[in-house]
Design a protein around this ligand. Structure first.
Ligand code: SF4
Ligand code: SF4
Length: 361
């Protein structure tokens, strides 16, 4: 099998991961003991053999030019033997195995200006996000544009460790949630608020009606005849504006300038340290799309981060802080309005409430 994998000729999928490792990583595979954060953006990893490797984490973008990548490659060639990697949060990590190259690389990054060190420890790291208006077909909001506007405002928290704990922010541009916003300290979620439009006159020519009906997770679509056209009808009360039908059928567009916007969620975390993992909770049900700089979204997130920074105890994540002071106090301190939209009326919540990797009951 291994021989087959090594010899296979295909352009499907990425190259085998261990072909991309620096020699020191190969030599110490399975032997790494621990890592330390030396300063914002700089980590050292120590092996039981005594070998060390440093990773310098820089904020980057999800969409980047070939010119920018060329700069990154040149730096990696000069200081890292050609090695760097991308993180899932669109950071670029330069992998340094020669300690004498560490300070010169830090200076080169500072001189470059476009690759700020940071995103480690008790700060804000880059926002993991989705495709937005640039690429996907169902977004309610842009992705990279919102992320740029928010990170510009939070940059002081990216290259420092002055928050009580790490703050992980994520963005998904529709509720299909490629951005995994359900478990982040602060989540930016694109929401549609209107059912799809149905273009009856050409739906039958563009779409398979049975597959379109089957694509709806809430069974809101049924066959319908409108004039002489075979089409569908949508039960608006059942529709959760997910856009699955539009994925199947381009004659059911969902985007709506007035209906689409942003919901903010807070207090989720994946970490199992100190307390169990938590789902994010709804903080702001709707903010209109405000391109190009989304000021209401940016200011609301900044306010949440600043109140958290001033009020939480050391090592406390946003959700742990909100739970300790009580969610009523969270809304009071952040000045966010509490409305009936915040009340969780999910009927099967009782069966999932105590789902956790920790058993304390
Ligand atoms: S979150 Fe939704 S709109 Fe955004 S990239 Fe994923 S499927 Fe597309
Ligand atoms: S948007 Fe989603 S819930 Fe609404 S009709 Fe389409 S598939 Fe069904």
């Amino acid at each position: 099998m291994a021989e087959f994998q090594a010899n296979k000729i295909t352009d499907i999928g990425p190259p085998k991961y261990d072909e991309m490792w620096p020699q020191v990583i190969k030599d110490n595979y399975g032997k790494w003991l621990y890592h330390d954060i030396l300063e914002p953006g700089v980590l050292v990893h120590v092996s039981e053999s005594g070998a060390k490797v440093w990773s310098l984490r820089c904020g980057a973008t999800r969409l980047m030019t070939t010119m920018f990548l060329e700069q990154v490659c040149k730096l990696a060639d000069e200081y890292c033997g050609g090695f760097f990697r991308f993180t899932t949060r669109n950071n670029i990590e330069f992998i340094v195995s020669d300690e004498s190259k560490l300070e010169p690389l830090k200076k080169a990054l500072a001189d470059n200006g476009a690759l700020p060190l940071g995103g480690t420890g008790a700060g804000v790291t880059n926002i993991v996000h989705t495709q937005g208006w640039v690429h996907c077909h169902t977004p309610a909001i842009d992705a990279s544009g919102v992320v740029k506007a928010v990170m510009d405002e939070l940059f002081d928290y990216f290259n420092s460790h002055k928050l009580p704990a790490q703050v992980r922010i994520s963005l998904a541009c529709c509720l299909n949630m490629c951005g995994a916003v359900h478990c982040s300290d602060i989540s930016i979620l694109g929401v549609h608020r209107k059912p799809p439009v149905i273009e009856h006159s050409h739906l039958d020519k563009m779409c398979e009606i049975p597959t379109t009906i089957a694509a709806c997770p809430t069974a809101a679509i049924k066959p319908n005849k409108v004039d002489e056209f075979k089409s569908v009808a949508v039960n608006a009360d059942r529709c959760m504006f997910c856009g699955n039908c539009y994925t199947m059928c381009p004659a059911m567009p969902l985007a709506d300038a007035a209906g689409d916007g942003i919901a903010l969620w807070v207090g989720g975390k994946v970490s199992n340290a100190k307390s169990m993992p938590m789902f994010s909770k709804l903080a702001v049900p709707y903010i209109p799309n405000e391109p190009p700089r989304w000021p209401t979204t940016v200011n609301t997130i900044k306010k949440i981060v600043e109140v958290y920074a001033g009020d939480a105890m050391k090592y406390e994540r946003v959700g742990e802080w909100a739970q300790r002071i009580g969610w009523e106090k969270f809304f009071e301190k952040t000045g966010l309005e509490f409305s009936h939209h915040h009340i969780d009326d999910y009927r099967f919540a009782a069966t999932t409430w105590r789902t956790s990797t920790q058993f304390k009951w």
